[in-house]
Design a protein around this ligand. Structure first.
Ligand code: SF4
Ligand code: SF4
Length: 355
């Protein structure tokens, strides 16, 4: 039976809850490469509670450091508003400092892996995800307009660098398929441990809503379906209603039935919790959303010939080999480019813009 720890915590004393989580779920990290993956949705301040709080990340980094890993990487690929701004997203939220020098831009190196042809035949996954022996996922307790909630399973969507997230949103086309899509991404590399920042959560129209909710809890589990079922229950949403949990169960990833989950702590429904409009079944054909997604997927790098000195660094750096030199200038294969912004970042001449 899967277990979920529910433990009171504040950002000041969160270390005690983190220690307890590692005690309940013993995990050997000695000599292992460990990836810590907070939810860094976009550039924001920690007090907005859009991202995993830096106090939680710092406590986990300190704990992991003490367990003798061979390497620690802290990273995420921010979402649709901030992809290409990994450093700024981490710095503004305070997560860069909390990462204690272990931050890595995991969008700079990726590898193509086979995916589901009904969405895309292949996707590029951050190399750091493929290289990690152990992945510790650090989701935030939040609502989400398309999936009702964003927790352990949805946090893995950030394993995809660049505009692939927007492209896949577009390919999914409707909420039900999007629910299924996030489970397929999650299955590409299932994290080993989940520690959820539910100290200050988010209700209303997440994942970037101004409606914050003081909850005062840290949740932990080694099973994503179980911990997401607990989050849904706390939000007042029957877990079995959520298509992504149904699909995860069908795939043998765990059970969302609360009666089949061992709760270590006290599971209580949050009174009057505000779920997103339409109960999370927001219409993806919404014109504004479609325009935003389309706009973000159409960007491609353009080179200023007056600035470019033909050094070729952008070609070397492109994680999906979308660039090649042609008449001494980089040319992009539009269909291959995942709009990760790496070429723009690496160019020493500041000759590349994404338009
Ligand atoms: S990195 Fe910049 S300067 Fe070098 S080839 Fe690419 S665009 Fe030109
Ligand atoms: S061309 Fe530039 S933006 Fe496109 S995938 Fe390559 S590095 Fe990323």
């Amino acid at each position: 039976m899967a277990k979920v720890m529910i433990r009171p915590a504040t950002y000041e004393n969160v270390r005690q809850a983190i220690d307890k989580a590692f005690e309940i779920f013993p995990i050997s990290l000695a000599g292992k490469k460990v990836l810590l993956k907070p939810n860094v949705l976009r550039i924001s301040e920690a007090k907005e509670s859009i991202v995993t709080n830096p106090a939680v990340l710092r406590a986990v980094v300190d704990k992991v450091e003490s367990m003798g890993p061979s390497a620690i990487v802290v990273g995420d690929n921010p979402g649709i508003f901030s992809y290409g701004s990994n450093e700024k997203s981490f710095a503004t939220t305070g997560l860069m400092e909390a990462a204690k020098g272990y931050y890595q831009n995991i969008g700079n190196d990726s590898q193509k892996v086979a995916f589901k042809p009904e969405f895309m035949s292949e996707v590029s996954l951050s190399q750091a995800v493929l290289d990690a022996d152990i992945i510790i996922s650090l989701p935030k307790f939040k609502t989400h307009g398309l999936t009702v909630m964003t927790g352990a399973i949805k946090n893995s969507y950030g394993f995809l660098p660049g505009a692939q997230k927007a492209m896949l949103h577009r390919e999914a086309g409707n909420p039900e398929r999007f629910h299924e899509l996030i489970v397929d991404i999650f299955r590409l590399r299932i994290p080993d441990f989940f520690i959820v920042d539910a100290i200050v959560g988010m209700e209303g129209n997440g994942p970037a809503s101004p409606d914050l909710r003081e909850i005062g809890l840290i949740l932990a589990s080694d099973n994503a379906v179980a911990v997401d079922a607990v989050i849904a229950t706390m939000m007042g949403c029957e877990p079995g209603r959520l298509r992504f949990l149904q699909k995860a169960k069908e795939a043998g990833l765990g059970d969302f039935d609360i009666n089949r989950i061992e709760i270590i702590g006290e599971l209580k429904k949050l009174p009057g919790f505000k779920l997103p409009p339409l109960g999370g079944e927001a219409n993806m054909s919404n014109e504004g959303l479609q325009t935003l997604i389309k706009g973000r997927t159409l960007l491609r790098p353009q080179t200023d010939p007056d600035l470019c000195n033909s050094c070729g660094k952008c070609v070397e750096q492109c994680p999906v080999s979308a660039l090649s030199m042609c008449d001494n200038f980089p040319q992009v294969k539009a269909d291959t480019c995942i709009v990760c912004f790496c070429c723009q970042e690496i160019c020493p001449q500041k000759a590349i813009t994404l338009k």
